[in-house]
Ligand binder design. Structure first.
Ligand SMILES: Nc1ncnc2c1ncn2[C@@H]1O[C@H](COP(=O)(O)OP(=O)(O)OP(=O)(O)O)[C@@H](O)[C@H]1O
Length: 630
């Protein structure tokens, strides 16, 4: 009940902020329309009692009043709906916007990655989808409460004994939360299964996955998994619905019994002449309404109650984020609560619980400014990282000095930690141990947004933005998303002119979400992503994580040349350090340094020729690969 009240207040405040005009108009009309039904009973009573009056004007006036109340009862609700329907839509959009803000601005990337946070966000999204219904139910609930109160007062004028009806009607209302609990628990417990179902659904219906599934002969297997998971969810939800039904019946019993008793009392009172014909008419009109009113109230309470858990979780998430912000500003924050609320509880970062994309809020005071150009370079000191919930570290004890303006080829076996290092360098994960120093200043002391703006990366799992081609490239540097010259230069530098020719122009849509969209090949998407990476003019760090894995040899050589030219140009303009992660060791010779990672440690670091002549792991890898290609 407390949770439902909290949810109602939350929705009320949200609606007031979002659109108070629609809240007042929609809510007011709904309240008026709802109060019209007890009003009909009241006017009917007076009308019946006045029938014997010689004053015809009074009778006509009462008849007109009765018609007006009836019209209000039948019609006002529809007009109210016009206003609060849109209010619900606007509230839903505001909550979605708010949740997106929390995900992109307040949660660390590792938190977003964590299954606990994913569950929490999935539940929040499901509740947000129901916002329109919840807003309508919240307004109906408020109006129903007022209606029930008016009904109770009117019934008490016939006999105080009738007051028992609204009171016992409150019993199931009070038990609603208890009655709904099995459903909420089942919904919460089924979240991982629902996510699995959504993934399976995507796999069986997405054209992209069809290729592998068909070749692997996995369609029937996936269909079985889909059916099994669906059945599992249905079984748990059915059990929960049955338990809810039993609890609701138990909750309604007291009202049903007292309703029968109250009707017996009125029959007895009218028999004794204690209640007149007007009172009997009022009771006959109102008493059955009590049951309808309670049903409407229960239903709206159920709707709000069902959404309340999610809305309260969202409130707790907001509160945790706010506490963390205040803690990071130096206030008496409760970081452990914040981490627990976000579901990770990851420790071992310089700032305790991570915040934002990299573990720190933009609002915290920055001690170090991101330099305009690198003079000294980047140094890693005892850098280590452990994914939340992982058994051991992925990176450990990395000590390295990379001079400004140098290009580094990062090599190592699958799972050595290359991509993780790239994410740390770009500030997406906070170091678990140690530091990353930019010209001697700790990266942890810079503002994340400033650092993000100063770096560019082509990640291994780069995104396919199904936008206009120009926008899909320009989004690599949002302040210049519509800058045609810059986009054109990035396309030329990345050698992605063939993609533009394939799409027709920078204004053409890419991706199959649009009927006029051009679907690209894996290599073309990669060229486009490379162009996106080159949107910034003077980044301090540029990383390409296996940028050529989808490219043909000619395109790969073109990309390699483009990268080398870009690396030289960035080194000249901003002293940038560039990282090129690759498995193709023949492509690393031109890099200033080769960084060899092995099991999360630095196995070797130095110029290619030196590492080769020193023998050891790198030389062995290089020769093995050369033999394989030969
Ligand atoms: N989001 C994640 N959560 C938990 N563990 C992860 C995550 N991403 C990567 N790992 C683990 O970290 C280890 C290093 O992964 P990483 O992607 O950094 O390796 P890599 O050297 O880039 O590998 P590859 O050459 O295959 O791309 C792997 O064992 C991987 O399973």
């Amino acid at each position: 009940m407390t949770q439902t009240l909290r949810a109602l207040l939350y929705l009320g405040r949200l609606s007031w902020r979002t659109d108070r005009f629609r809240l007042l108009l929609g809510g007011g009309l709904l309240l008026l329309g709802t109060l019209c039904s007890p009003l009909v009973a009241l006017v009917s009573r007076i009308f019946v009692e006045s029938l014997g009056s010689p004053d015809r004007a009074v009778i006509v006036g009462l008849a007109l009043g009765l018609v007006a109340a009836l019209v209000g009862q039948l019609m006002l609700g529809h007009f109210a709906h016009l206003w609060y329907f849109e209010l619900g839509e606007r509230d839903e959009a505001a909550l979605n916007h708010h949740l997106a803000g929390i995900v992109t601005d307040d949660l660390g990337l590792e938190e977003v990655d964590s299954p606990a946070t994913a569950d929490l966000l999935d539940r929040a999204r499901m509740d947000i989808v129901r916002t329109r219904a919840t807003v309508a139910a919240g307004l109906t609930l408020t109006a129903s409460c007022a209606q029930l109160l008016m009904t109770a007062v009117l019934l008490s004028t016939v006999s105080p004994a009738l007051l028992v009806l609204p009171f016992t009607a409150a019993v199931p209302v009070l038990l609603t939360n208890w009655a709904e609990r099995p459903l909420r628990e089942a919904q919460s417990g089924a979240t991982p299964a629902r996510r699995r179902l959504a993934h399976l659904h995507e796999l069986v219906s997405s054209p992209a996955s069809q290729k592998e599934i068909r070749l692997g002969g996995g369609a029937a297997h996936l269909a079985r998994l889909h059916a099994g998971t669906h059945e599992e969810i249905l079984r748990s939800m059915n059990r929960a619905h049955a338990r809810v039904a039993v609890r609701r019946v138990i909750g309604q019993l007291p009202f049903t019994l007292t309703f029968a008793a109250a009707m017996a009392v009125v029959v007895w009172l009218s028999h004794r002449g204690a209640v007149g014909v007007g009172g009997v008419v009022l009771t006959l009109l109102l008493a059955p309404q009590v049951s309808q009113q309670v049903t409407a109230l229960l239903q709206s309470l159920g709707t709000v109650g069902a959404a309340a858990q999610g809305l309260c979780e969202l409130q707790e998430l907001e509160a945790a984020v706010a506490r963390r912000r205040s803690a990071d500003r130096g206030g008496p924050g409760d970081e452990s609560t914040a981490a627990a609320a976000s579901g990770t509880g990851h420790a071992g970062t310089p700032h305790g619980a991570p915040d934002r994309a990299d573990g720190r809020p933009d609002a915290m005071p920055a001690h170090a400014r991101v330099p305009d150009r690198l003079a000294d370079g980047i140094r890693l000191e005892n850098l280590g990282y452990t994914y939340p919930g992982a058994a051991g570290p992925v990176l450990r004890g990395l000590d390295l000095a990379v001079p400004a303006g140098s290009s580094v080829a990062v090599v190592g076996e699958n799972g050595a930690g290359k991509s993780t290092l790239v994410k740390l360098l770009h500030g997406l994960y906070p170091p678990g141990t140690g530091r990353i120093l930019l010209d001697g200043a700790d990266l942890a002391d810079t503002r994340p947004r400033e650092w993000f703006a100063a770096t560019s990366a082509l990640f291994q799992d780069f995104e396919h933005f199904d936008f206009r081609l120009g926008e899909s490239i320009g989004i690599g540097d949002v302040p210049h998303v519509d800058d045609g010259d810059r986009i054109g230069a990035a396309v030329r530098r990345a050698g992605a002119e063939s993609v533009v020719r394939r799409v027709g122009s920078l204004d053409g849509h890419v991706g199959r979400r649009y009927t006029d969209g051009t679907e690209l090949s894996g290599g073309q998407w990669q060229s486009l992503a490379f162009a996106r990476t080159l949107m910034k003019r003077r980044p301090l760090v540029l990383s390409l994580d296996e940028p050529a894995h989808s490219l043909d040899p000619v395109a790969e050589q073109r990309l390699q040349d483009a990268y080398e030219e870009t690396a030289r140009s960035y080194a000249h303009t901003s002293g940038a350090v560039t990282f090129y992660v690759t498995h193709r060791l023949s492509t690393v010779k031109s890099a200033d340094f080769v960084l060899v990672l092995r099991d999360g440690r630095v196995e070797a670091f130095g110029p290619h020729n030196e590492l080769l002549s020193a023998g050891g792991y790198y030389a062995e890898l290089f020769r093995m690969q050369a033999r394989a290609y030969a």
